[in-house]
Design a protein around this ligand. Sequence first.
Ligand code: HEC
Ligand code: HEC
Length: 384
Amino acid sequence: MTRIVRKTTFGIIAFAALTALAVTPFAIAQNKAHEPLAALPPMPIPKDNPMTEANIALGKHLFFDARLSGDASISCADCHDPKLGWGDGSDLSRGYPGTMHWRNSQTVVNSGYLTKGWFWTSSAATLEAQAHSAIAGALAGNLKKALAEERMKQVPEYVRLFKEVWNAAPNYDQALASIAAYERTIISDDSPFDRYMRGEKSALSEAAVRGMALFEGKAGCAACHSGPLLTDQKFYNIGLPTNPAFTETIQRQIAFRERMRSSGFEEKDYLHLDRDPGRYRKTKKIEDIGKFRTPPLRYIKYTAPYMHNGVFFDLREVVEFYNKGGESEPFGNKSEKIKPLGLTEAEITDLIAFLDSLSGKELVVERPKSPPYGLLKFPMKGQW
Ligand code: HEC
Ligand code: HEC
């Protein structure tokens, strides 16, 4: 194999060179193989979903309203609780009543910044489409569109807000848009790391500065966790261990097997799986097996447990996992970038200090009281 490191005009080393050649992590850092780490830019806003006060207020109400679930008992905020890092605080998420989810509930903080898809395997193409999956999905909201619309139409405050924002009666598609508009306001950009990147050099401790050099150098983290969000939004199998809470909980196994079946897996295949096949579920390409999207690393101080299967409970466990080069995994598809790092105890501590610096103040929001139903008068025509 040749030892040529190809560079583009932007100085980016070709992916193939990174994986196939024995480039040391130090060389990777020197060559800036990754998109540079940076402070958070302004939130990108789609043109057809304006960030007006009324739109955001409507989206906020809907985010916290349990009537957007089939049995009217569970809202977005029950699995994305502001007091639990806007996740649900468990290794594996709760589910719609009677079910249990088989993946970890992701934080919604800064999720409006993602550009290449939402969920652990980027299976939803827009934030609006993600909200649809969350409301309609059997393991989350389990609510039909028509029922959602009739419920919203019997809430006078929703009738008023839809009129003001969309000049329309309460309807499902614009409800999704308003929820996404609200999510785009859930931003954490005041971390010590952001302040440091904006020029306040005293914002990071010496340990965190050393940790950042390791992150981009010897520890090789920035090969995948790069750019302002600390993710390249690409997919990797990093060789995680399984979580017994996944393999040994009947309801989670039921949910998982059902999902695999309805994604087109044949019985002979899905019955053998002892772990989530990740991106493969959607693409059915063997090279995608066990791959998940590199998650952003902002706000992680508040979002434990970590990974799609919630197998690690703190950042030390995460770093020790990477330091030993991950585990062997049965799909035989572990990324070549995951290998023993040889970090010393002091280096591990520094790396964790850097990871801690990626979170700012906790974003605590009091749950708003949902606007009450108010039975519309007959005939209903013309009231929205
Ligand atoms: C029963 C729990 C549950 C409910 C209810 C729920 N979610 Fe989620 N949410 C999850 C889980 C679990 C994931 C990850 C699932 C996956 O990757 O397959 C997730 C993922 C997400 C993501 C993706 C974040 C990222 O980094 O890609 C967003 C955004 C989100 N949810 C928003 C919402 C909204 C909006 C609602 C309400 C309309 C909602 N969720 C309702 C459990 C829930
Ligand atoms: C080969 C690409 C790659 C490299 C290198 C890498 N990561 Fe990751 N990281 C990922 C992926 C992919 C996940 C999600 C894996 C999953 O859930 O299956 C992840 C998950 C994480 C998480 C959990 C985040 C969450 O929200 O649950 C943390 C923390 C993390 N990585 C830190 C690091 C650190 C620190 C390093 C360097 C020692 C590192 N990563 C190196 C790709 C990478």
